[in-house]
Ligand binder design. Structure first.
Ligand code: ASP
Ligand code: MG
Length: 421
């Protein structure tokens, strides 16, 4: 028998029929003898609607009241799922964050989970009761207020609840069948991965594959909580239930420790992010302290800088500097640089949002040479110009013109042997 946490995302509980379908997945696990805690999101679209209402009520709204409003979406689904489960003859009870309690920090709208008291849920497991827990929220003890975790936060709730209950597996039910080698909408030969290492998933998540909230992956990695991504739309009855000690499943992708992945690929996936923008500062004085004068004010303005390239100056006097920011922060970044013009000392500033960052990711890179060279060669053969490069131990990212995004992703997917054929 296993302890299982099952999380259902917004599209998986979008209406009563889908909630009934989610309940069938829960029933299968209960009938297999497992102890089950379910974590739910709000019905698809609900949180957006709630956020919109808050903004309409006042653009300068109070953060505590924002949380009071947006946390309600999950309360609805938790209650509805408990009702449907009871209708199936399963003993079930809904739990809001404050009832457990899930204790959070005070940062309303982006609170962090600090502690979860799983004792009552565990006690009720003894009597076969299913706990249906609201995702996305907890209680901040200082002011005794509901706090929400930030958009997509119910993934993090699910992993945190799984850790608190020492679950065997944290199952994240969503509208895709798992994690793919790349976006299947771009590359029809994309394959579902059976397993992916925490670190690889972290890179994928932060690079714009929106399947899991980045923070949930961090949490899973730190605590070694095996987390599976799978589709709620697959037939609930034919699927195998979770078993304690079982490592391999037919469906979904398990995010796990790299030691579990026996034959790691050098490259496991190709990710791309379209929300980057490029800023080039031309004719910057080439002297000590100039990088600090550029990136200091950007940091002070809370602008995240991703890639940075500084050219060599031909005359030893002036150089060009290119960096990328989130496209939504481009205007702000340009304003900050222009304001600091006096201290930076530059000739001209240019920018473009027509760029994408394409990344190859794989833990196997640590032990293999030539991965980057292969990437650069493949792109050059397609005449794709590289505007900037960054690397980490398990990732190489290049910035290219957005017109070439799909060609680059398809080319790299095939070059690294990821095509399904
Ligand atoms: N309902 C929240 C949102 O839409 C939390 C979640 O679904 O993860 O962001
Ligand atoms: Mg989500």
């Amino acid at each position: 028998m296993a302890v299982v946490v099952m999380k259902f995302g917004g599209t998986s509980v979008a209406n009563i029929e889908r909630i009934r379908n989610a309940a069938k997945h829960v029933k299968r696990e209960v009938e297999a003898g497992n102890s089950v805690a379910v974590v739910v999101s709000a019905m698809a679209g609900t949180t957006n609607q709630l956020v919109e209402w808050v903004r309409e009520a006042s653009p300068m709204h109070d953060a505590r009241e924002y949380d009071a409003v947006v946390a309600t979406g999950e309360q609805v689904t938790a209650g509805l799922l408990a009702i449907v489960l009871q209708g199936l003859g399963i003993s079930a009870r809904s739990w809001q964050g404050w009832q457990i309690p899930i204790t959070t920090s005070q940062a309303h709208g982006s609170a962090r989970i600090e502690a979860i008291d799983g004792s009552e849920i565990l006690q009720r497991f003894e009597h076969g009761e299913v706990a249906v827990v609201t995702g996305f929220q907890g209680r901040e003890p200082e002011r005794n207020r509901i706090a929400t975790l930030g958009r997509g936060g119910s993934d993090t709730s699910a992993v945190a609840v799984a850790i608190a209950l020492k679950a065997d597996l944290c199952d994240i039910y969503t509208d895709v069948e798992g994690i793919y080698t790349t976006d299947p909408r771009v590359v029809s030969k994309a394959r579902r991965l059976n397993k992916i290492a925490y670190e690889e998933m972290l890179e994928m998540a932060s690079l714009g594959s929106k399947v899991l909230q980045t923070r949930s992956v961090e949490l899973a990695m730190v605590h070694g909580m095996r987390t599976r991504v799978l589709s709620s739309f697959a037939d609930p009855e034919s699927q195998q239930p979770v078993r304690a000690g079982m490592n391999d499943y037919d469906v979904g992708t398990i995010v796990c420790d790299e030691d579990e992945i026996l034959e790691a690929q050098v490259v496991s996936g190709i990710a791309y992010a379209k929300d980057e923008a490029k800023v080039t500062i031309l004719g910057v004085a080439d002297k000590p302290g100039v990088a600090a004068s550029v990136f200091g004010p950007l940091a002070d303005a809370a602008i995240d800088v991703d890639m940075i390239v500084q050219n060599l100056s031909s005359d030893g006097m002036r150089t060009d500097m290119t960096f990328t920011v989130q496209a939504t922060q481009l205007d702000k970044a340009l304003a900050v640089i222009n304001q600091a013009r006096g201290t930076i000392d530059f000739e001209e500033i240019k920018s473009s949002a027509d760029v994408v960052k394409v990344s190859v990711i794989g833990i196997g890179m640590r032990s293999h040479a030539g991965v980057a060279a292969k990437m650069f060669k493949a792109l050059s053969e397609k005449n794709i110009n590289i505007l900037a490069i960054t690397t980490s131990e398990i990732k190489i990212s290049v910035l290219i013109d957005s017109a070439y995004a799909e060609l680059a992703v398809r080319t790299l997917h095939s070059v690294y042997g990821l095509d399904d054929d």
